[in-house]
Design a protein around this ligand. Structure first.
Ligand code: FE2
Length: 368
């Protein structure tokens, strides 16, 4: 199996490049319930950027900001706004992962490097993915520090202990990339041929189109199913699709949404709403059709309707999901909260209701 050629353990972390990491950390902490666990910056002798490491369950986000225009990534902020710079994958052997992927056609961004401090050795290398997004390969088997060299545990005085309601988020379920029209298959092949992923399922615009918004989507998975990357491209439609809107405002391909798992979506969404996370709403009529479409579920339909949680079923089981509104001023990155009960799919049955909800938001932005 090709995944044995490039053994990928898991998504190690997602690095966001943002205008003001200090304030972004406050948002992800107080709205999404992340703990801020580590910091790098001038105080830790990091001269060119500030970084905050946030953790919740098995999820690690890194928020980084440049400390000046000479930072090699500084232009990214003007071009893309805040967004996902890097999806870092933990591997057994960084040098080999870099060598193998470059040999199979990946573009190298950073060759393998050993970063060292008194806590050990941290290995990393980086290749390009879609747009200005990258994949780092990391290995921390010989590293005992809080995150990586340069980072220190956050000053315990920095945050008040209980200013937000805990969200109970557990892990990253999938990370979706938007690419340009006609480029989806090329990126699916990249993940198959270069990264050793397998293609999982595909949707086309007959499955998922409304009058205006249409998209095509294929899902690739690696690391024996632990890493799932759906890739979207816009499909032709009467008016501007949500994927086109993303591409226009992000100025190119990039990460559209990150899906985070919970084992109690009712409690999670209640907490996130309490913390002022804004979610897309579907019309109440959506819930009238749920019993016939989905059958028996453990959750109370009234709770789902109250919170706007969506539900879908496939051959293997059901799943519950909800989408936030974009978390930035540009209508680009958003989050999904998902709870799976057997189902391994992505909520195809909800696409129509969801796209209509997104289009109502697009209409408000005048971008439909
Ligand atoms: Fe998703």
């Amino acid at each position: 199996m090709s995944s044995e050629v490039l053994p990928l353990r898991r998504i190690d972390h997602v690095r966001f490049f943002v205008g003001n990491a200090r304030q972004a950390a406050y948002f992800y902490r107080n709205a999404f319930g992340f703990d801020v666990v580590a910091y790098a910056g001038l105080e830790t002798r990091m001269r060119h950027e500030a970084g905050y490491v946030l953790r919740q369950g098995n999820i690690t986000f890194v928020l980084a900001s440049p400390l000046g225009p000479e930072h090699p990534e500084a232009q990214r902020l003007i071009m893309h706004g805040d967004g996902v710079q890097d999806i870092a994958l933990e591997v057994d052997d960084v040098a080999r992962a870099h060598r193998e992927t470059v040999r199979r056609g990946a573009i190298s961004v950073r060759p393998p490097m050993l970063l060292e401090d008194e806590f050990g050795v941290y290995e990393t290398a980086t290749i390009r993915a879609y747009g200005d997004t990258t994949h780092s390969f990391v290995n921390r088997d010989r590293y005992k520090g809080v995150f990586a060299p340069g980072y220190r545990p956050i000053d315990p005085e920095r945050y008040h202990p209980t200013t937000f309601r805990p969200a109970g988020l557990i892990s990253i379920d999938h990370i979706v990339g938007n690419v340009e029209e006609g480029k989806m298959d090329q990126w699916v092949r990249f993940y198959q041929d270069v990264m050793g992923f397998q293609q999982l399922v595909s949707f086309d615009d007959k499955d998922i189109s409304t009058e205006y918004s249409a998209l095509m989507s294929k899902v690739v998975q690696g690391g024996n199913g632990r890493i799932k990357f759906p890739i979207n491209e816009p499909a032709r439609s009467k008016r501007r699709s949500q994927i086109e809107e993303y591409l226009n405002y992000y100025r190119g391909p990039g990460v559209q949404h990150i899906a985070l798992t919970t084992d109690d979506i009712i409690q999670t969404v209640r907490a996130l709403r309490h913390n002022d996370v804004s979610f897309l709403r579907v019309p109440h009529a959506y819930y009238d059709a749920v019993p016939a479409r989905v059958g028996e579920i453990e959750e109370d339909l009234n709770d789902l309707a109250e919170l706007g949680v969506l539900v879908d079923r496939d051959d293997e089981g059901y799943m519950l999901q909800i989408f936030t509104k974009p978390v930035e001023d540009r209508p680009t990155l958003f989050f999904e909260i998902i709870e799976r009960h057997g189902s391994r799919s992505f909520g195809k049955g909800n696409f129509k209701a969801l796209f209509e909800a997104i289009e109502r938001e697009q209409a408000l932005r005048g971008t439909l």
